[in-house]
Design a protein around this ligand. Structure first.
Ligand SMILES: NC(=O)c1ccc[n+]([C@@H]2O[C@H](COP(=O)([O-])OP(=O)(O)OC[C@H]3O[C@@H](n4cnc5c(N)ncnc54)[C@H](OP(=O)(O)O)[C@@H]3O)[C@@H](O)[C@H]2O)c1
Length: 326
């Protein structure tokens, strides 16, 4: 598995990151440990979680972070893992009410450190934005935690390009490191962002794509496999595509992309899974997709994408040149 250096940092994690959104309450701890073990056995070194993960399911609060914390405590692997978690997510019952005051950020960070049983987070993500809050206050709060040694770097998720640019300009003016990465919804599948049903999330778009190209800011996309849409369709398992996925991905353009990915699979010998992820790992700026896997077989399959190299022509052709028009 190749590694992927994150500019502005000394981090070079594996080219594929493991997501954990249902660990604990949705994927039982024993099963989650198996996924984590399989991921590491495949060369994985980058784990993505969040304080809010699996809080939408009945059971323990912060169960994803706690499951990962117990796994790390049991195996002594903390030093070899790039551990990323997120805070400042709205309460689930009031998604329209941001939670991004300095006190809320600091409180969430302390909770995550306890849950993960660690003294530091490698990349601390803001899970959402609050556009009413000045970027200066947000950056200063996060930088204070870098100075305190509680986080190594910080980054944003579901932020729009103009706000990222403003935050980076403020950090540069202060002579400090700003966001080292951006986490957005992005995959080979074309979507209508409005169809996600969550206006607080942000998908890759033209402006953001151009920003990443210009600045080399690392992109760490989620839902990077489009929930397995292409794999299921390629295997003739359209019945396994859930209704919400059908609504999100079931358009003519994605049918054309499916045909192209199948053609490229035939020509290169790579699998559809590999190509769906390689579309991201071979972008012209650092891009490390986060995969969500439910079984060890899915982990192993997704991880095979880590060593696939595509030409820029192949990448462009897969999405017919409009990679950024998601
Ligand atoms: N920052 C944010 O706001 C945000 C939002 C969402 C997610 N995330 C992060 O991103 C991670 C990944 O998101 P996601 O779960 O939406 O990503 P995803 O990888 O696009 O979707 C996961 C689904 O893809 C299918 N799958 C996985 N591996 C497969 C394979 N090798 N072959 C065929 N199908 C496969 C499985 O579907 P089946 O279950 O149907 O088999 C699995 O449940 C999350 O765990 C979380 O860490 C972040």
């Amino acid at each position: 598995m190749r590694s992927s250096a994150i500019p502005q940092t000394d981090l070079a994690p594996s080219a594929i990151c493991l997501g954990s959104s249902n660990f604990g309450n949705g994927i039982a701890p024993a099963d989650a440990y198996q996924l984590l073990d399989a991921y590491v056995a495949c060369g994985g070194t980058f784990i993505d979680t969040a304080a809010v993960y699996a809080n939408w399911l009945p059971g323990e609060k912060n169960s994803s972070e706690k499951t990962i914390g117990r796994w790390l405590a049991a195996n002594g692997r903390r030093d070899s893992i790039v551990l990323a978690t997120k805070g400042a997510h709205p309460e689930l019952a009031t998604m329209h009410v941001p939670r991004m005051s300095p006190a809320e950020i600091l409180d969430d960070l302390e909770t995550s450190l306890r849950n993960l049983q660690t003294g530091w987070i490698d990349i601390y993500w803001l899970h959402r934005d609050d556009t009413a809050r000045p970027v200066a206050e947000i950056i200063d709060t996060l930088h204070g935690q870098v100075a305190a040694g509680k986080i190594r770097y910080f980054a944003c998720s579901n932020w729009r390009a103009e706000r990222i640019a403003a935050a980076q300009a403020y950090a540069a003016g202060r002579g400090i490191t700003g966001f080292v990465a951006n986490q957005m919804r992005w995959s080979l599948a074309q979507i209508d962002p409005a169809a996600t049903g969550d206006p607080t999330t942000v998908a890759m778009d033209d402006v953001t794509y151009a920003y990443h190209r210009r600045t080399e800011l690392a992109a760490i996309p989620y839902s990077s496999q489009a929930g397995g849409y292409f794999q299921k369709m390629a295997q003739g398992r359209a019945g396994d595509v859930r209704p919400n996925q059908q609504k999100l991905f079931g358009c003519q353009e994605n049918a054309a992309r499916l045909a192209r990915v199948q053609q490229l699979a035939q020509e290169t010998g790579y699998s559809v899974s590999q190509l769906v992820l390689a579309y991201l790992t071979n972008q012209p700026f650092p891009t490390i997709p986060i995969v969500g896997c439910r079984s060890v077989a899915q982990v192993e399959d997704s991880m095979r994408a880590g060593d696939v190299y595509l030409t820029s022509e192949q990448v462009d052709w897969l999405a017919r040149g409009d990679a950024q028009k998601q």
